[in-house]
Write a new protein. Sequence first.
Length: 183
Amino acid sequence: MSDRHAGDASVPGGGGRPPSSGRSIVNTTDLWVAIVILGVVGLLWYHTTLWDPLPAFVQRGLPPSLFPRIWLGLMAAMALILPFEQYLQGEHGAALDKDRTKPVKTITYMTMLVMVPICASMEWLGSIAVVFLICIVLPLLWGERRIRILIPYVIIFPPAVIFLFKVAFKVNFEPGVLGLGFK
């Protein structure tokens, strides 16, 4: 018998404790993170219930509250899985705790410092300008310098996203002060 199975009760003749008894199904740190995420999701979901409904003659496509609720529902579903992730990963789950010992990289904070003002300026710049601005600024911030990659990305990706949301989901984009938008 190999050393890997020594003491493993699931292997005949292995004796010892069962393999899962040394490891909890729920990771306590991830449980608290999930609780915080679910709390924020709950508050934001409640906020969407306070929005005035649009009159039927104005509303086209999705109601304004549905799109944020779809995203909030996805975040809640992922948060519910989070405490069990380490257990579900099996032997690879130990790497999750090992990665937590490393500090958060500076680029994470820099990304937040760039994204918050850009997103906050959406009312002034307009949704379309913000999408293009993000697609230009983030790759540059993250170190992408290959122009042959950046230019096609900025020319193709934002219009594709805008087209998808405008045509498929019938989302109206905030034109902002600059007036860039679609009717």
